[in-house]
Design a protein around this ligand. Structure first.
Ligand code: NAD
Length: 488
């Protein structure tokens, strides 16, 4: 079994206490991790602060070169990363092999390559002046990540933050810290100077997060997690006026028009809802189907959902595995109960799997609901489990109105072969990411983030590099031989 300390100032530090990280599929302990405590936070922030002058003064070529070496280091341990990510999250290994690890590698490569895009501007202003801007790093970035895509969600913060010249303290979710700790090993081998990247772990949600978000020496906070915690992060950051970016929850619509490519829409509807057992911020849990297609779509979707191969996440044949934790299972069961009370029909699923070999995990069937009242909590709140609801609609206007009837605004899907309709609808949707005839594609070069209570700030792409991890300094130089005299 692995045993980890905290990673501070380029070294592994043993802490007085450790806690157990378990495989959610069977409850087995897979690692012992450190309890960092307040002292760990102080040491890590200080190390990051001390490393900042040297790191930020290095050229982007040098920083980019190290990120490329990180990408290569992950590639070298590809199978181990994929296995560990599945083991700690409970997500299928076919997902971590096909998505998480390759996507993580390409994020490091992308930001290594795009580093030269960090540059200022020369601005024409009235008078005899030279006016130019510089884009400078913030300093110490605190990153806080959730448990569903631990490595990739860490990478999309780490790569742009570091290449822009910031240093970092990262706090992974208590139940999924291992691949972020493995990343610290890869970073060291890649030649990252000590103190630039620090990892803290703790078993109790909020302990380290509360300290980091209110720390006066943290210069920027990058948070991904639930809207409730995001609100708290923002409140605490306000005490020091620390800038934050928030990637929060969602309740995304998936709009299927009658003229869509049916098989394609169906395949993506399954992907959009049952990948990661529905534990995705972008899960398209509100499937809106145009009335003429509704019955056909319902029948096919329910049949396909019921056929998903449920099993051990580490078995490459498994398509659908355990939920990540007991609280998530209970929450999912609670919402299905509410749906039943509100008069909804469970078309398939709706139950926990309690027979061996599923009894040791948190397995819950892929679940499809119909007849959920639009104002029901089930239709409005994020469940973060494999629970999908189908709604019929008539025409574009109703589709848009229903799609936007949520306090979230992370993502949306549109299915139609009518190009004009697709764009018309896309322009009216209140969501930071709209997919037309595809879903859940998150390439490193395109901005990703939410409207409304799904957060603000855009991760990935040039937007993220410039807007989240650099700040603008304006420099004005008087070129005139005369001077401006106000007094006397
Ligand atoms: P969570 O909000 O419970 O936890 C996220 C992180 O915040 C964890 O590391 C947790 O330990 C930490 N945390 C807890 N209390 C804190 C506090 N007081 N201060 C600072 N940090 C604190 O979320 P979760 O259950 O780990 O993940 C699921 C949520 O994340 C869902 O709502 C999902 O939609 C969201 N999510 C969003 C995105 C996105 O890109 N928008 C991506 C993945 C997940």
């Amino acid at each position: 079994m692995r045993s980890y300390g905290v990673f501070i100032d380029g070294e592994w530090q043993v802490t007085a206490e450790q806690y157990e990280v378990r495989n959610p599929a069977n409850g087995e302990v897979i690692a012992l991790c450190a309890v960092a405590g307040a002292q760990g936070v102080e040491q890590a922030v200080q190390a990051a602060q001390q490393a900042f002058p040297d790191w930020s003064a290095r050229s982007y070529e040098e920083r980019g070169e190290i990120l490329r070496a990180v990408a290569a280091g992950i590639q070298k341990r590809f199978d181990e990363f994929a296995f560990t990510e599945s083991q700690q999250t409970g997500r299928c290994i076919r997902e971590t092999m096909a998505h998480d690890i390759p996507a993580t590698i390409s994020v490091f490569e992308y930001f290594a390559g795009i580093a030269p895009a960090i540059h200022g501007e020369t601005l024409p202003i009235p008078g005899n002046y030279l006016n130019y801007t510089r884009r400078e790093p913030y300093g110490v970035v605190a990153a806080i990540t959730p448990w569903n895509f631990p490595l990739w969600l860490a990478a999309i913060k780490i790569a742009p933050a570091l290449v822009a010249g910031n240093t970092m303290v990262i706090k992974p979710a208590p139940t999924t810290p291992i691949t972020t700790l493995m990343l610290a090993e890869v970073m060291t081998e890649a030649g990252l100077p000590r103190g630039v990247f620090n990892v803290l772990t703790d078993p109790t949600p909020g302990t380290l997060g509360d300290l980091l978000t209110a720390h006066p020496k943290v210069n920027k906070i990058a948070f991904t997690g639930s809207t409730a915690v995001g609100i708290r992060v923002m409140q605490r950051a306000a005490m020091n006026v620390t800038p934050v970016s928030l990637e929060l929850g969602g309740k995304s619509p998936f709009i299927v028009f009658a003229d869509c490519d049916f098989e394609r829409a169906l395949a993506y509807a399954l992907l959009a809802n049952f990948f990661a057992q529905g534990q995705m911020c972008t899960a398209a849990t509100r499937i809106l189907v145009e009335r003429p297609l509704y019955e056909r779509f319902k029948e096919a979707f329910v049949a396909r959902a019921a056929r998903l191969q449920i099993g051990d996440p580490l078995d490459p044949a498994t398509e659908f595995a355990t939920l990540h934790k007991h609280e998530q299972l209970e929450k999912t069961m609670r919402y299905v109960q509410i749906a039943r009370q509100d008069g909804a029909t469970v078309l398939t699923g709706g139950n926990r799997l309690t027979e061996p070999p599923f009894d040791k995990g948190f397995y819950f069937q892929p679940t499809v609901l119909e007849g959920v009242p639009v104002d029901s909590r089930v239709a409005c709140e994020e469940i973060f489990g494999p629970v999908v609801m189908l709604f019929p609609f008539e025409g574009e206007a109703e589709a848009v109105q229903r799609a936007n009837a949520t306090e979230y605004g992370l993502a949306a899907g549109i299915w139609t072969q009518d190009i004009g309709k697709a764009h018309r609808v896309a322009h009216q949707l209140q969501a930071g990411k709209v997919w037309i005839n595809c879903y859940n594609m998150i390439p490193p070069g395109a901005p990703y983030g939410g409207y409304k209570k799904s957060g603000f700030g855009r991760e990935l792409g040039l937007h993220c590099l410039l807007e989240l991890y650099t700040q603008v300094k304006d420099i004005q130089v008087d070129l005139s031989p005369d001077y401006f005299e106000w007094f006397g």
